[in-house]
Design a protein around this ligand. Structure first.
Ligand code: KG4
Ligand code: ZN
Length: 349
């Protein structure tokens, strides 16, 4: 294989169909077809609809990708695809598309973990000239709709799970609280926008997970607190009250993340940086609170690489190839999609 192979990334773990091409650290094209509008009327993602929508668009998106990049399919050297975790029906569409492509083009296929791939969304946004030695060892925090996972990393492909949410993910909590407030799905972006006009001190909320010895996270208590708080309010909420509740909730949700990162920095004093990734990393208030409170530099993805995309999947594939060469790529197409993080296959990436 070439020293700098042309790699296609494929992502269908939830409600975004995404394809991207990367070569030598440069994203040639990254396309995302979002289904948010199809699920918004239900207030959350409907797995069956997600799978069917992926099937509808993936071939067209592939043709657009080649056209926009100005490459032929025979130029592609290998494929990286999200194997899991995610919605199994949705993953199956991307995994089967990838397997078909690999068989047809006779090229290797590399199945990867979606949560780990998110971290490469942040690594894609590094300042030019930054080397691995400047970044690693590091901590990485993936905060998305499905996960709140903290990792210790010695290299771009080494992930040691330090802690995770015991119940709801942070983004999931934003979505559920958004629904309680009568806001459209997904809750995260609209809560952030509404909170800009609010005062985060107006509705003090209890700090979560202050007594635990581990660095685990929890968001179901905060969700329940909001449920009872809303029962006490006059409805419909005034614009001012809505903004104040959003601002207070948002700051409380982020206080837990910032506190855990500070504790983790004390536990691992050798870390040189903190990578933040996942949909919630797009939140500007979160970025502001983190940069104010952390001594170690936090690296965030560019906004377009926070939520689900295939550039991060392709970039992760490239990092694995750089570290392991052709031996790191699978020739066996019999792998299975999986739904949960702890089902990550042994030796899986
Ligand atoms: O990474 P992502 O696209 O999908 C998963 O892998 O889950 O993350 C989606 C999650 C949703 O819960 C959404 O509400 C949240 O990220 N999110 C935000 C913001 N933008 C997206 N949460 C807070 N503030 C935002 N600006
Ligand atoms: Zn994701």
């Amino acid at each position: 294989m070439k020293e700098n192979p042309l790699i296609i990334g494929i992502e269908t773990s939830c409600d975004e169909t995404a394809l991207a091409l990367i070569q030598n650290g440069k994203i040639l094209v990254s396309l995302v077809s979002s289904q948010v509008k199809d699920h918004a009327k239900f207030g959350g993602v409907i797995p069956e609809i997600a799978a069917r929508k992926h099937l509808e668009v993936i071939s067209h998106l592939y043709e657009d990708l080649l056209l926009q990049a100005g490459v032929k399919e025979s130029d592609i050297d290998f494929i990286t695809v999200t194997q899991g975790p995610g919605l199994v029906g949705a993953l199956l569409v991307g995994n089967l598309f990838a397997k078909g492509l690999a068989a047809n083009l006779r090229i290797p296929l590399l199945p990867v973990n979606h949560v780990h791939a998110h971290v490469h969304g942040a690594l894609l946004s590094l300042e030019e000239g930054k080397k691995n030695e400047d970044i690693f060892p590091c901590l990485s925090l993936v905060v998305s709709g499905g996960h709140t996972n903290l990792f210790y990393m010695k290299s771009p492909i080494h992930f040691e799970l330090v802690s995770q949410s015991l119940d709801d993910a942070c983004g999931e909590c934003f979505d559920k609280v958004g629904k309680m407030l009568g806001l459209p799905y997904p809750g995260g972006p609209i809560i952030e926008k509404t909170a800009r006009k609010g005062d985060p001190t107006k509705f003090p909320m209890p700090k979560m997970m202050t007594k635990t010895k581990t660095l685990d996270f929890s968001y179901s208590g905060l969700k329940t607190h909001l449920y009872y708080l809303l029962k006490e309010q006059e409805t419909p909420l005034s614009e001012e009250t809505l903004a104040n509740i959003c601002a207070s909730f948002q700051d409380n949700a982020f206080e837990q993340l910032v506190r855990r990162l500070k504790q983790a920095c004390n536990l691992f004093p050798e870390v040189k940086s903190i990578l933040i990734a996942g949909g919630v990393a797009a939140n500007l208030r979160f970025r502001e609170l983190l940069s104010k409170d952390l001594k170690i530099p936090a690296i965030f993805p560019a906004l377009l690489y926070c939520s689900d995309n295939a550039a991060m999947v392709a970039a992760y594939g490239e990092a694995i190839y750089k570290a392991k060469g052709e031996a790191g790529l699978k020739q066996d197409l019999s792998f299975e999609s999986y739904s949960r993080y702890h089902e990550l296959p042994e030796g899986g990436l």
